[in-house]
Ligand binder design. Sequence first.
Ligand code: NAD
Ligand code: ZN
Length: 379
Amino acid sequence: VLAADYRGPYRVRAERKPEPAIHHPRDAIVRVTRSCICGSDLHLYHGLVPDTRVGMTFGHEFCGIVEEVGAEVGNLSPGDHVLVPFNIACGQCHFCKQGLFGNCHEANPEATAVGGIYGYSHTAGGYDGGQAQYARVPYADFGPTLIPDGMDLDDAVLLTDIVPTGYQAAEMGGIQKGDTVVVFGAGPVGIMAARCAWLFGAGRVLVIDHVDYRLEFASRYCPAEVYNFAAIDDMALFIKKQTDSLGADVCIDAVGGDAAGSMLRTLLGKKLKLEAGSAITLHWAINSVKKGGIVSIVGVYGPTGNLIPMGNVVNKGITIRANQASVKRLLPRLIEHVQAGRIDPKALITHRLPLEEVSDAYRLFSAKLDACIKPVLYP
Ligand code: NAD
Ligand code: ZN
């Protein structure tokens, strides 16, 4: 069957591979109908995630039709349309019992931090992903969720990650009525976080990026006040000026280490005075939030995320919250929001491509070409 194949940094191509099979009675095989490329895949694509092995199939945002189920999967039948949360979670371990489905111990027992994630290197369990015609879905009696009748599959596929991640970013921000929320990053995650900030009662929402077409989209879709950071000398001072000198109530980091690292490389020597390797978005978020405020981090960090301004965290009494999104926990209320029209996920999709064109899809999403916001593969 056709599947995306990782060949090394900046090289992903469509290849014929063996059809996945049931390994465990809780597995299912899903025939993939939609599969997105995520900003998280770019960290893999750029070669920044430890233990990403050549030959792996990426893809953690997919939906499809159940093809086959293992003996212990009683809740699904062949022919069911399901969306598959990006977290691989058993539903029963110490962490799953608390709703921390992004931190499942069973799915990735050797890891100290992350749980299992489809197509996300051996650091996240070594599972192949869904940028393929077929995918093996472990713990299928728990994770996959029936797509409600009448829901557009383009909406459903974004409920596997982007909508819950954006929503959880806003939720972790503890937004109170009237709060000023600053979102760093106008990728799909930041755009969704800014959209969801309103659902939690935000009074003002600001979005910061340096890609103009994305800022323009965010200004209409979220909607948000948008600012290009290329024109801002001192971020904390700028946000202070926007907020009666107090700072933002909540700052959301929807960038992470990779994009931040590459931005740093681009801008170093110009006006940024940070050491190489430090995480600029985190500096901006911590320094721009008001005293006693909350910084919510959903951006993914590799080893570059270590040098953070701890002194300011302590002296400002800031709360920092972060995690992988717990998709399954949030799905019931998010399906409601989508059905009621309060969130329109598919509006983010700018590119629909066959799996054969996966190389092009990665290239244009990574380089932000052709006004790309969210590419979806149709295997
Ligand atoms: P993306 O690459 O499409 O978007 C990132 C955006 O950040 C880009 O538009 C880029 O121009 C912008 N950017 C770069 N440096 C910036 C800076 N210093 N300040 C403000 N903006 C800056 O990615 P995405 O799909 O939107 O994902 C964003 C992040 O969220 C990634 O790190 C991804 O791995 C992470 N993510 C986390 C979870 C989770 O569960 N926690 C889930 C999905 C994605
Ligand atoms: Zn994702």
